[in-house]
Design a protein around this ligand. Sequence first.
Ligand code: PLP
Length: 408
Amino acid sequence: MSSRGPKPDMTKLHPATQLVHGGTQRSEFGETSEALFLTQGYAYPDMETAEARMKGDAPGYVYSRYSNPTVDMFQQRMALLEGAEAARATSSGMAAVTTALLAQLRAGDHVVAARAMFGACLYVVEDLLPRFGVPSTLVDGADLSQWRAAMRPETKLLFLETPTNPCLEVYDIAAIAEIAHRKGARLVIDNVFATPILQKPLELGADCVVYSATKHIDGHGRCLGGIILGGRELIENEIHNFYKQIGTCLSPFNAWVFLKSLDTLALRVRQQVQNAEKIAEYLSSHRHILKIRYPGRPDHPRAELVKRQMSGGGTLVSFEVRGGKQAAFAFANRLSIITIANNLGDAKSLITHPATTTHQRLTPEARAALGVTEGLVRLSVGLEDAGDLIADLDAALTVLDRQGLAAE
Ligand SMILES: *Cc1c(COP(=O)(O)O)cnc(C)c1O
């Protein structure tokens, strides 16, 4: 007889515990660390079992495009954290977005989405869906009357990210979920910028949540991946068959890396938020900064909504350097700890200039409409010492004094 205590109900435990133990399946060897099942297929004890599993009449794995034990552990741990009934992990964040949308849509349906969106998501909604007979309407996500006005009888999905990239606008998930549900539509949230630690879209009324695991979930700049979370009916009946046939599955190796990262996700995000708060405070009164946007500050235009919807301001800070592109480049080029890169959510602090990178394909008018000005930079705050990061920013901003750029 084992003298160990009863198996805990993981759903009742706190995120820090779920992130370390959730979903763990030990093999016959009793390994402490989650095992990496780097296998394409599974051996059956006999032909009858192969037949039964293929038919879905017997439990067990069939092929890693459909499911895999290491990927399952990652899915279950994420579902616990998110408060979702089920999840499917994908090869990238874009595989999650595309799979989640296409699996729920068919020709004749209509989609409404917020205009301020990650570039590749905008491509899927604005260009790809209409090619397959699903027209889309883009709205200003902050304006509830625009969401209401865009609804049609055939509107099936509403889609948004909040906070948005790169201007960190914040949209009201509960209010937009209500607009969707009143017309029999569903709400899908891209929760990457908020992270599963700081915002729970399902509790706020959303039907489906997607992540790029490439960002905070990996958190160390290694693997691409994504995940789709929601109710059992949606995930197992609508998403799963589509997912397993089109092959947007996650590599077991990447799932194993993400499992190790989840151990520290809550710790990392909390520390990054603390660093971001200090950096935002430092930048807010700097003579070379025209404007700063951080959802955790009382001067954020939706500060009251942030308080209601998020449990922290996030790990990103956007700010506008006085003097346009020339000043933004001169400043960023002088940084020595903060790295120039387009990624985010990394342990390393990363800075990017959206107008010339992530948003360069947009017309100047479209950039202006989104608030992507020539002086705007987006800083993803990492795990370095906040004082060292502020000193790095300070030294780089001081360069602008000598260049006389601030006068422009
Ligand atoms: C990065 C990102 C994606 C896409 O994720 P990939 O892993 O790069 O495919 C989608 N949405 C948001 C908000 C992102 O930041």
